[in-house]
Design a protein around this ligand. Structure first.
Ligand SMILES: NC(=O)c1ccc[n+]([C@@H]2O[C@H](COP(=O)([O-])OP(=O)(O)OC[C@H]3O[C@@H](n4cnc5c(N)ncnc54)[C@H](O)[C@@H]3O)[C@@H](O)[C@H]2O)c1
Ligand SMILES: N[C@H](CO)Cc1c[nH]c[nH+]1
Ligand SMILES: [Zn+2]
Length: 438
């Protein structure tokens, strides 16, 4: 394999001395840190907190270039959502419905159950699972508005038993995406407001005269949205601060190079900061994939974005063997991992960090984005080391249950009294001691 950098994508080899520095540079993503954005977001949040609807209307007119006068103009009714659904071409309606059905079936399996057990002293202990009362879903506007993301965010909330789902989606210059509205109808969203940016996050977090205050905000967005979500965290829950999309493909060299090139493009076309990495121990295969990339890139509608992404953050990496590929997977902890190998099951035990694992040559990541069933909202930027895909559990919380019998209270009271006195907390101690039986 030549260790040159092709016009489009970097070629790296784990045997190079500078390999680790080069990989670190590719993995580095700055994230949300702009001071000017921070200041503007804080201003917007404070304004919405204080003035509610009026502040939301003014910010929306300014940033989305609209001229509305009331929140009623920024609310879509359930009838409008249904109309959008009914008006879709049958093919789109059926595809959306099939995807929704599979996503629902998968997430139904995630439903945890409450549990209880009894200690020998008769004390009953347990855990009660309760859905959130209200969840807010942020759907990015413009060309980044993905109907599939509406399903991926709203369906787990629904399955979790959330009572009300409030969706916000900006409509810059008044552009509405019917497929997004149709997905909201299908996923059982209760309210839709056509607002976005920090003002929408503020409206969801604090509530306004028209927008119900939610308990948790989920969904991706631009730097204003991410900065606002970070700022309101604590007041409300948030899912995560999502970074650009990523894919890592590990190939044993036997997959059609065109398939692999297109799989890499499928994430690269999202965003100029998206990341696409291929790892293989077969040098000739990497050459073939590099050739496929050059040949197929010009056929993409989003060629410019995909090319920029591959240029900035893409890599074809030659490693020595399967064990080294596994090491790289666990180090990168990719959002999406494709195991384009003959026996993917044999790899599974060794893989500790990945958002979603696509097993075998036929399982392209794109299928997971839309309709396989699992959630496509996944941990990015290495956060798969400590976090998980969006799921039913993100829309629920747990309460502990403690029900002491008189005997249990008496026995536990003795222990608690000793520990409380050790902490010099006499009210605690006496409260426990009252219940000790002679
Ligand atoms: N990870 C994922 O699954 C995923 C999916 C879809 C989109 N995304 C990301 O979401 C983002 C979408 O970005 P977008 O901008 O198209 O839509 P967006 O909805 O995130 O942001 C649009 C809003 O930003 C606000 N805004 C814009 N310019 C502003 C300014 N100068 N000052 C204050 N507020 C301003 C406006 O209120 C506008 O309504 C992209 O970064 C994309 O990569 C990620
Ligand atoms: N790959 C994106 C999340 O990483 C999700 C998506 C939506 N539409 C297409 N893809
Ligand atoms: Zn995608």
């Amino acid at each position: 394999m030549s260790d040159t950098t092709t016009a489009t994508i970097a070629r790296l080899s784990t045997s190079e001395t500078a390999f680790h520095q080069r990989l670190d540079a590719l993995l580095d993503w700055e994230g949300v840190s702009d001071k000017a954005v921070q200041a503007r977001v804080e201003e917007i949040l404070a304004d919405v907190k204080q003035r509610g609807d009026q502040a939301v209307i003014e910010a929306t007119n300014r940033f989305d270039r609209l001229s509305v006068e009331s929140m009623a103009q920024l609310r879509l009714t359930p009838e409008q959502l249904k109309k959008a659904y009914d008006g879709l071409p049958a093919e789109q309606r059926d595809a959306l419905a099939m995807a929704a059905e599979r996503i629902k079936r998968y997430h139904e399996r995630q439903k945890p159950t409450s549990w209880q057990y009894e200690e020998a002293d008769g004390t009953v202990l347990g855990q009660k699972v309760t859905p959130l009362d209200r969840a807010g879903i942020y759907v990015p506007g413009g060309k980044a508005a993905y109907p599939s993301s509406v399903l991926m965010n709203a369906i787990p909330a629904h399955v979790a038993g959330v009572r009300e789902i409030v969706m916000v989606v900006p409509t810059p210059d008044g552009v509405l995406n019917d497929l997004v509205l149709a997905a909201a109808h299908l996923a059982g969203v209760d309210y839709v407001f056509t607002i976005g940016g920090a003002q929408a996050v503020a409206a969801l977090a604090y509530g306004t005269q028209s927008v119900p205050r939610v308990d948790k905000i989920v969904g991706p967005g631009n730097i204003y949205v991410a900065t606002a979500k970070r700022a309101v965290f604590g007041q409300v829950g948030i899912d995560m601060i999502a970074g650009p999309s990523e894919i890592m493909v590990v190939s044993d060299g036997q997959t059609d190079p065109d398939w692999i090139a297109m799989d890499l493009f499928s994430q690269a076309e999202h965003d100029e900061d998206a990341q696409a990495i291929l790892v293989s121990w077969d040098a000739a295969h990497l050459d073939a994939v590099a050739a496929s990339i050059e040949r197929l890139l010009p056929t993409l509608e989003r060629e410019k974005i995909a090319r920029a992404s591959l240029n900035r953050r893409g890599a074809l990496i030659l490693c020595t063997d399967q064990a080294e590929a596994v090491e790289m997977i666990n180090r990168i902890a990719p959002e999406h991992l494709e195991l384009s190998v003959a026996e993917p099951e044999a790899w599974l035990d060794d893989i500790r960090h990945a958002g979603a694992i696509f097993m075998g040559r036929h399982t392209s990541e794109a299928l997971g984005d839309y309709c396989a069933g699992p959630n496509h909202v996944l941990p990015t930027s290495g956060t798969a080391r400590f976090s998980s895909p969006l799921g039913v559990y993100d829309f629920q919380k747990r309460s502990s249950i403690i029900h002491c019998s008189p005997e249990g209270a008496s026995e536990l009271g003795k222990v608690a009294s000793v520990l409380a006195r050790g902490e010099y907390l006499t009210a605690h101690a006496r409260s426990a001691e009252y219940r000790i039986r002679d």
